[in-house]
Design a protein around this ligand. Structure first.
Ligand code: FES
Length: 352
């Protein structure tokens, strides 16, 4: 994953959309520092609320720009006060510069191309002008889209950093989701409802779940289906969706997970969770009580039990592809199947 935003030695980029942040977390008040692999990035909004993404490193003395301040839609470095605009990374102000001195166009931070969709901020790898021409024709696919049935649902979002790799996380999500997350009042079982289904972009797996206060030990193991947990893993988009459905397959809870490699072999999870009134209506009383107090029913484990993870038997995850086969090199071979073919609308294009 660390290769995503780094140019190769022969100046070619690997092209892939990566969901790096939740839209609502990027504001015009405070810069947000994130990382993709070893590449540090800083996100903020300019005066017109467009998202800007720069390398999180001041070109002057390498101080992280995420420590700086947003002044009039530009980002001011915390150390010597150089100020950068967010779309090309050009330095627009150096304190104490004489009136006769001009700012060189070479003074710029590396800028990246953001794309806001479905409540997430996606990033494309290219940063040179030639590659921008390629990238603006592409849009992120509609993978992390909310189920339209969930309109009007309550929502919460958050971010967690976990010590494991993206591949390990996505595989564990299929083989043992109980190690990674818990849903209020729900006991996730090991009982699968049918085989793994491979769709265009994702693997889908249904397993049973039961209300935990009703679960007897043998039911926890083998499942007595009162609920369905549907897991969809979009490995080539580093993301997943987990849905809790009732027996009639009507949605109760919808969880979107953007899983991106972070620094030092960690993984960053940006999540959005929506829950419907049906969930609150049929959940046990203690869950209803928590929800009414503003608590989210989702709990993402930020400390994974290493020995339990190691003991997980390889199950549905054996159907996942090896990560290497999912990288797309636009210069080498164009694979239209791997990118969304929908051209951006005028509004979308203006955001790029
Ligand atoms: S290190 Fe950023 S302005 Fe000097």
């Amino acid at each position: 994953m660390s290769a995503l935003l780094h140019k190769n030695k022969d100046k070619r980029d690997i092209l892939m959309w990566v969901p790096v942040a939740i839209s609502d977390h990027v504001t015009a008040d405070k810069p947000l520092g994130v990382s993709v692999g070893d590449q540090g990035l800083v996100l903020f909004r300019d005066k017109s609320s467009r998202i800007c993404v720069l390398e999180d490193r001041c070109p002057h003395r390498r101080v992280p720009l995420s420590l700086g301040k947003i002044i009039d839609g530009n980002l001011r470095c915390a150390y010597h006060g150089w100020t950068f605009e967010g779309h090309g990374g050009q330095c627009v102000k150096i304190p104490n510069l004489a009136a006769s001195e001009r700012l060189s166009p070479k003074l710029r931070a590396d800028a990246f191309i953001p794309y806001e969709k479905n409540g997430f901020v996606y990033l494309l790898t290219a940063s040179s002008s030639t590659e921008r021409d390629v990238s603006v024709k592409l849009t992120p696919p509609d993978l992390l889209i909310m189920n339209p049935d969930l309109a009007g649902a309550q929502q919460q979002s958050g971010r967690a950093v976990i010590s494991c790799s993206v591949d390990t996380y996505l595989r564990a999500l299929l083989d043992g989701p109980h190690l990674l997350l818990s849903l209020g009042g729900v006991c996730i079982t090991d009982f699968f409802l049918g085989d793994v289904m491979r769709k265009t972009h994702e693997l889908q797996l249904d397993r049973t779940a039961i209300w935990s206060h009703k679960a007897k030990p043998h039911e926890r193991k083998w499942g007595v289906s009162t609920l369905v947990m549907r897991t969809e893993v979009y490995q080539d988009q580093s993301s997943a969706r987990v849905q809790l459905l009732d027996v009639g397959e009507r949605p109760l809870v919808n969880i979107l997970l953007a899983v991106v490699a972070g620094k030092r072999n960690t993984v960053q999870i940006n999540w959005r969770c929506s829950w419907l009134k049906n969930y609150a209506a049929i959940a046990p009383w203690f869950v209803r009580w928590r929800i009414s107090g503003g608590h989210c029913p989702l709990q993402l484990n930020d400390k994974i039990d290493g020995s339990a993870l190691a003991d997980l038997l390889p199950g549905p995850s054996v159907h996942l592809l090896k990560n290497d086969s999912l990288k797309v090199d636009v210069h080498k071979k164009k694979e239209p199947k791997r990118v969304c073919s929908t051209p951006p609308t005028a509004t979308e294009e203006s955001r790029i």
